[in-house]
Design a protein around this ligand. Structure first.
Ligand SMILES: NC(=O)c1ccc[n+]([C@@H]2O[C@H](COP(=O)([O-])OP(=O)(O)OC[C@H]3O[C@@H](n4cnc5c(N)ncnc54)[C@H](OP(=O)(O)O)[C@@H]3O)[C@@H](O)[C@H]2O)c1
Length: 245
């Protein structure tokens, strides 16, 4: 087992995942980074090295493909034999009223936002447990959404997948936190990334939650002992936007 702290971050090529990977890199962590696009990942790996990361493994995987998700988990475990933080961040959004949103879009959301996290939790559990045994604790950090807690019109399918992700992590805590492995979901309102581009005409980017805000919560979770379980953190925008996306 590596002596260094190690994280696997999905959706690490840009947005929230990139900010979390950068925060860990600045502390010298080893990292596996994943997303679909190889070129963007390789570029990001170089940047993480400049920031101070130890070893950085690049493993592309499409979260709609269960075999690729499993291969990502196996690749990480074989490379490092350790997982101090599993950051389940890759996700997708779909907007539309229940009256119109096609079921095939719901299915795709479910594959990426719920099924892939389930596969990652299951496949990386041996590495998470053994890390907790050797190092004291291992943490799962899953990026949900405020719409998984407070419903938002036209985000029903997306919100439902994020509510499922929160539920999955709560059950995970019941089953695994006694072994030193616990999960925290982070449920933000709009964060200034590519994903929220469509609504920047209504909500200026500089009034959104920043990727740095989310990375700060994620990093804080890794500082907690095995005896502190933080189930869910809601990050909401100020004023009359409280509890709205
Ligand atoms: N931005 C927001 O307002 C907001 C608010 C609440 C929660 N969230 C959640 O935060 C997480 C990150 O979102 P973000 O805003 O940072 O998004 P983003 O800027 O669009 O980045 C998404 C990342 O995930 C990867 N990705 C997308 N689809 C994938 C797939 N099918 N398989 C593998 N990787 C995939 C992307 O790389 P590739 O395209 O190369 O695969 C990229 O690295 C998501 O779970 C999202 O639901 C976002």
């Amino acid at each position: 087992m590596s002596d260094n702290r190690v994280a696997l971050v999905t959706g690490a090529s840009r947005g929230i995942g990139a900010a979390i990977a950068e925060r860990f890199a600045a502390e010298g962590w080893d990292l596996t980074i994943s997303s679909r696009g190889l070129e963007a990942l390789q570029e990001k790996a170089g940047r993480l090295g400049e920031l101070g990361a130890g070893r950085v493994e690049v493993i592309p995987a499409d979260m709609t493909d269960p075999d690729a998700v499993e291969a990502l988990a196996v690749g990480h475990a074989e490379a490092f034999g350790r997982c101090d933080a599993l950051v389940i961040n890759a996700g997708m959004g779909q907007k539309g009223p229940i009256a119109d949103l096609p079921v095939r879009r719901f299915d795709r959301l479910y594959q990426v936002n719920v099924r892939a996290p389930y596969i990652l939790l299951q496949s990386l559990l041996p590495a998470l447990r053994s890390t907790a045994e050797a190092a004291g604790a291992a943490k799962v950090i899953a990026i949900a959404s405020i719409t998984g807690v407070y419903p938002e019109p036209e985000l029903s399918a997306y919100g439902a997948t994020k509510a499922a992700l929160i539920s999955l992590c709560e059950t995970f805590n019941l089953e695994e936190s006694g072994n030193g492995v616990s999960a925290t979901t982070i449920a933000p309102g709009y964060v200034d990334t590519d994903m929220s581009e469509w609504t920047k005409g209504l909500i200026p980017a500089d009034e959104m939650i920043s990727v740095g805000d989310v990375a700060t919560i994620a990093h804080s979770v890794t500082q907690l002992s095995r005896y502190a379980v933080l189930p869910n953190v809601i990050l909401t925008r100020p004023g009359s936007n409280l509890h709205r996306a």
